[in-house]
Design a protein around this ligand. Structure first.
Ligand SMILES: [Zn+2]
Length: 276
């Protein structure tokens, strides 16, 4: 079949299935959580596209159309969605409920990267389940069963990470961008320093020298960098210290790590290569 025919049949299928609860989400892990719980009762639209940096991403005007008709907007909160107030006023949709999945989670220094601890992900999934039930009470049993099944998978991911990290010889790392504090806190790793403390603020030569000295003192072998950011000065620090650059992905949504479980296993394996 020609691709437009396929597309047409697909669009028809969506129109006929009819059950659509329109849910906008900010980042790929939240899109996966909503799909896991919402299944075919929810239509999910991702706002911060895969491969882009949520700390600086701007919502495109074309994405506003979905928001104008959406019932829920699922976000992390803690300032990650810095565009939220502007987008809400532009959407002019009084029926749109904002679901803040960091509610009830203890933040570490206001850091928004909560989802990188799978036990926080369990709480976020529970918050999403409650929001879907509120918006679509007829789907309650379906959402509850889906959430229960998925939470079991998150808990077995948590077990797997605990077991593997416990065997690693090294527990310390330096990060280009401070996304891994929650993961480190949960699994007994130590984020010794962050090279770029806030988006767009490059470290001074003095700060770079301090990080290099700290890494030499402690024998740190790993610098966590990310697919969303060029490594920049992290490359220089790696050369100076002999540490390896470990390319992680806090967001996913890309081939091979589209869903949260495969994303976290990808990150775990990358870390393991450098720290075991
Ligand atoms: Zn980040």
């Amino acid at each position: 079949m020609r691709s437009w025919t396929v597309f047409f049949l697909f669009a028809m299928g969506l129109a006929l299935s009819g059950a659509e609860l329109k849910v906008a989400v900010s980042i790929p892990p939240l899109a996966d959580f909503v799909r896991q719980v919402g299944g075919d009762r929810a239509e999910v639209e991702l706002l911060v596209l895969p491969g882009t940096d949520p700390h600086i991403y701007r919502i495109e005007p074309v994405q506003m159309r979905f928001l104008a008709e959406a019932r829920l907007l699922v976000v992390v909160g803690l300032g990650l969605e810095w565009w939220l107030a502007d987008v809400l006023s532009a959407a002019e949709n009084p029926g749109l409920e904002v679901v803040t999945t960091s509610a009830g989670i203890e933040a570490i220094d206001g850091d928004p990267h909560i989802w990188l601890d799978p036990l926080n992900a369990v709480l976020q999934v529970a918050t999403i389940r409650e929001a879907l039930v509120r918006a679509d009470p007829a789907g309650r049993l379906y959402y509850e069963a889906n959430a229960a099944r998925y939470i079991t998978e998150l808990l077995s991911l948590h077990q797997e990470i605990m077991e593997r990290v416990s065997r690693w010889a090294r527990k310390e790392f330096v990060a280009l961008h401070g996304a891994w504090a929650y993961f480190a806190h949960r699994y007994g790793l130590e984020q010794l320093a962050v090279i770029v403390p806030s988006p767009g603020r490059e470290p001074s030569p003095m700060e770079v020298a301090q990080i290099i000295e700290l890494m030499r003192d402690r024998g740190v072998r790993a610098i966590f960098v990310e697919v969303q950011h060029p490594p920049g000065v992290a490359e220089l620090i790696a050369q100076e210290t002999g540490a390896s650059l470990v390319t992680l992905d806090p967001l996913g949504g890309l081939p091979g790590r589209e869903d949260y479980l495969s994303l976290m296993r990808y990150n775990l394996s990358r870390m393991e290569e450098a720290l075991k």
